[in-house]
Write a protein that binds this ligand. Structure first.
Ligand code: PPS
Ligand code: ADP
Length: 205
């Protein structure tokens, strides 16, 4: 309906968030998504939890969208085909963007093995002017296979599972991530500090 002040205009996602900030953008007061992509056992969840704890202590509103939890509810029934992984990633991307544009810092420790799928999530954020950082948790597959937190690598070797990301299923390494974290070289505390510094540098903290 047209208002008394003139014709209405389309309200785009993120408008309310921007208008709620008098004096222009205030990155420290607005949200953003930090997507941690990497192989199973690369350290995504550990780093997301560690960074979330630190950000919470600093008074930020933080959400971690954990891959396993999402697959139990929001993506229940999806498997690990390319189509299912894409659907899973796009659903998570939508939730992350909605939370982020409403002032939450959203940490997403999800494999997201395909570049075009990750790019679509970035574009969704760009469309609403919402900050988005892609972090590659760049742990070599040999190290991940030794860590093998959930026994997936052993399961693949034993023939119990197939289609394991980075072993017999693709992982498209991010070509130009906002950060690359080498968890095989540095401790959890050091990697968390490095990630935190990236957020500071990008004006998210
Ligand atoms: N075949 C296969 N390949 C990769 N990962 C597998 C597979 N089967 C089960 N899992 C476990 O599923 C966890 C969640 O996966 P994601 O939702 O992050 O994957 S995806 O982005 O949709 O590809 C993922 O969690 P993380 O280990 O925390 O990465 C795996 O432990
Ligand atoms: N620098 C590091 N950063 C993150 N995890 C690390 C690091 N060094 C060792 N680890 C260990 O690697 C494992 C990573 O597991 P997890 O975080 O569940 O991986 P993912 O979520 O990628 O599957 C944990 O046991 C963690 O303690």
């Amino acid at each position: 309906m047209d208002g008394v002040d003139g014709p209405s205009r389309a309200v785009r996602p993120g408008d309310a968030n921007r208008e709620a900030r008098p004096g222009g953008p205030d990155r420290a007061a607005c949200g953003g998504t930090v997507w941690l992509t990497g192989l199973p056992s690369s350290g995504k969840t550990t780093l997301a939890q560690s960074l979330a704890s630190r950000l919470c202590r600093e008074g930020r509103r933080v959400e971690v969208l954990d891959g396993d939890e999402i697959r139990t509810f929001l993506s229940a029934g999806l498997g690990f085909t390319r189509a299912d992984r894409d659907t899973n990633v796009q659903r998570i991307g939508l939730v992350a963007e909605v939370l982020a544009r409403n002032g939450i810092l959203v940490l997403v420790p999800v494999i997201a093995p395909y570049a075009d799928s990750r790019d679509a999530v970035r574009k969704r954020h760009e469309a609403s002017g919402t900050a988005y950082l892609e972090v590659h948790v760049a742990t070599p597959v040999q190290v991940c296979a030794v860590r093998d937190v959930k026994g997936l690598y052993a399961g693949q070797r034993a023939g119990r599972i197939t289609g394991l990301t980075g072993v017999d299923d693709p992982y498209e390494t991010p070509a130009a991530p906002d950060a690359r974290i080498e968890t095989h070289r540095y401790s959890v505390a050091e990697c968390t500090a490095e990630l935190h510094a990236v957020l500071v540098e990008r004006g998210l903290v």
